[in-house]
Design a protein around this ligand. Structure first.
Ligand code: NAP
Length: 269
């Protein structure tokens, strides 16, 4: 059976693991990457057994600038053409710009911004040759809101991924690649390991429950939107209202609101 193939970064947990589950349920073969090989192998075994799909595991640390090129070379060597790319790997870097080391900021930019862009650049030519492609960049609702204190580059990087996705999506139409779509998926608070990893779980747990989504509907919204050719999608009714408010309220009001709300969970130590 000639199945399509999806490469998912950050597939060892949270939203990335859910992308793997949903693409496998759709009958796609998968390439899973993240640093924790044991987690990826366990998920690969589960999905092979449940859905009969091929799952390739390639453990990589995307903070290493050579990782995207190595990943693509490994796939080329196995003759695997990527039909869908999900740039999902990410984390939050707590603290202020003053309090963090440059090495940590540089690694953050590499994992959350340069690696997704480089993977897109390296995989688009193959998609163009096959005249089919889906690229989902997992951005954030934070990319809509004004920047606020703490976790400094997170909002910038996610805003950048939204603009990048819009441009790539428009360029694919402009050059007549009508079945290659690129979409920025902008979740709000989503249950995953994200807030455990960045050390804000006790603060974020105090945020109202209606703000939170499970990973499954977030991922389903991303897959549906990219298939429709939509350049940006905000999953969930509450998140859609928040995104709309950032566009229609006066800027000082949005800035004040974003500042006061994010002060409840962003770390500035
Ligand atoms: N959860 C939320 O509330 C939320 C909201 C908006 C946007 N997002 C975005 O959603 C995406 C997924 O986050 P999540 O919520 O699913 O968090 P998560 O459960 O912590 O998963 C993060 C994934 O990224 C991988 N990763 C982290 N650093 C990596 C590195 N250096 N190299 C390779 N892989 C790396 C992790 O794998 P390893 O540790 O095994 O490497 C893991 O698979 C992120 O881009 C995040 O910014 C999350």
């Amino acid at each position: 059976m000639n199945r399509r193939l999806c490469l998912i970064t950050g597939a060892s947990a949270g939203i990335g693991a859910e992308f793997a589950r949903q693409y496998a349920a759709l009958g796609w073969n998968l390439v899973l990457t993240a640093r924790r090989d044991d987690r990826l192998q366990a998920l690969a075994g589960e999905l092979r057994a449940q859905h009969g799909v091929d799952v390739t595991v390639i453990a990589e640390d995307l903070a290493d600038p050579g990782a995207p090129q190595r990943l693509v070379a490994a796939l080329d060597a196995q003759g695997l053409g990527v039909d869908a790319l999900v740039n999902n790997a990410g984390y939050g870097l707590p603290g202020t710009f003053f309090s963090t080391r440059w090495e940590d900021q540089a690694a953050f930019l590499q994992v959350l911004y340069t690696a997704p862009i480089e993977l897109t650049h390296r995989l688009l030519p193959g998609m163009a040759a096959r005249r089919f492609g889906r690229i989902i960049n997992v951005a954030s609702l934070a990319g809509y809101a004004p920047g606020s204190a703490g976790h400094t580059l997170y909002a910038s990087v996610k805003a950048g991924l939204i603009k990048f996705s819009e441009s790539v999506n428009a360029e694919c139409s402009a050059i007549g690649q009508s079945d290659i779509h690129c979409c920025a998926l902008c979740p709000g608070f989503t249950w995953s390991e994200f807030h455990d990893v960045n050390g804000t779980r006790s603060e974020t747990n105090k945020m109202p429950k209606w703000l939170w989504m499970e990973a499954a509907p977030v991922v389903a919204a991303g897959i549906e939107a990219v298939n429709r050719g939509q350049p940006v999608v905000v999953p969930g009714a509450a998140n859609k209202v928040i995104a709309a408010l950032t566009r229609i309220l006066p800027e000082p009001a949005v800035r004040a609101l974003a500042g006061s709300q994010s002060a409840r969970y962003r770390r500035t130590d």
